[in-house]
Ligand binder design. Structure first.
Ligand code: Z5A
Length: 211
């Protein structure tokens, strides 16, 4: 790949414990093994000041109004946007565990207006591809450490999944819905096939924004 080529912006989305972190790790390992420059990222990015407030909220040590925590999640993405753009333009593919769509899905599932939730995301970089991992919420409760954080309740996750489904239908041209109840290895094979082609396809394309 030439020096002017940019990296691909790849996002994994889905409900809690669906296997996003596992798939991000497997994809990063695969791209590295093919000598494709790649960096992992995860939202919320908990190390910044804003990220620490979000962490206190998620671990139930701090309460905040729904609107306030929603805007903090969005601010957490904005505070990393220049860094994301720079890394992509330097040729690094980014594999990102959750992004704006989680922001909208979790807040809309609490009852906040969908358009209000989406508004602060406008202008952020748009992913080249979103892998949306989907499985019945009941299938996830026996996965490791389910139930530790604030939102890990079956009924709430069902509402989150409905909002993700709605977004997936709207954004079908760059979303890939995949069955997360299959083995991690089978799922990875599907992801890998799409992702490797994508890295080459978008290398000379301009970055786009969410609108
Ligand atoms: N949130 C929000 O409200 N607004 C926002 O803007 C953003 C997030 C960005 C923290 O997210 C919370 O923040 C989240 C949404 C909200 N809700 N909660 N709680 P997070 O990403 O930090 O944490 P999480 O989603 O709860 O968990 P996770 O660690 O990201 O889960 P995961 O990555 O989807 O799953 P995993 O760690 O890869 O796998 C979970 C377990 O299942 C583990 O034991 C694996 O070994 C196992 N596993 C993985 N794949 C499989 C398959 N295929 N079969 C069987 N078992 C598997």
């Amino acid at each position: 790949m030439s020096l002017e080529n940019r990296g691909a912006f790849i996002v994994f989305e889905g409900c809690d414990r669906i296997g996003k972190t596992t798939q991000c790790r497997l994809l990063v390992e695969l791209l590295k093994s093919r000598d494709i420059p790649v960096l992992p990222m995860h939202f919320p990015e908990r190390s910044s000041h804003i990220g620490q407030v979000i962490n206190s909220y998620l671990t139930n040590s701090k309460d905040l109004p729904d609107e306030v925590i929603h805007l903090m999640f969005s601010a957490n993405r904005w505070e990393h946007m220049n860094q994301i753009k720079q890394k992509l333009l330097e040729g690094n593919t980014l594999v990102v565990d959750r992004y704006s769509y989680s922001g909208v899905a979790y807040s809309a599932a609490k009852g906040l207006d969908f358009d209000w939730c989406y508004a602060p995301e406008r202008g952020l970089l748009k992913p080249d591809a979103v892998f949306y991992l989907r499985a019945p919420a009941d299938d996830l409760t026996n996965r490791g450490e389910y139930g530790k954080e604030r939102y890990e309740k079956v009924e709430f996750q069902g509402r989150v999944a409905k909002v993700f489904d709605q977004i997936c239908a709207k954004e079908a041209n760059y979303w890939h819905q995949l069955d997360a109840s299959q083995s991690a290895e089978d799922l990875h094979a599907q992801v890998a096939d799409i992702a490797v082609k994508l890295v080459h396809r978008v290398a000379t394309q301009d970055l786009d924004k969410l609108y």
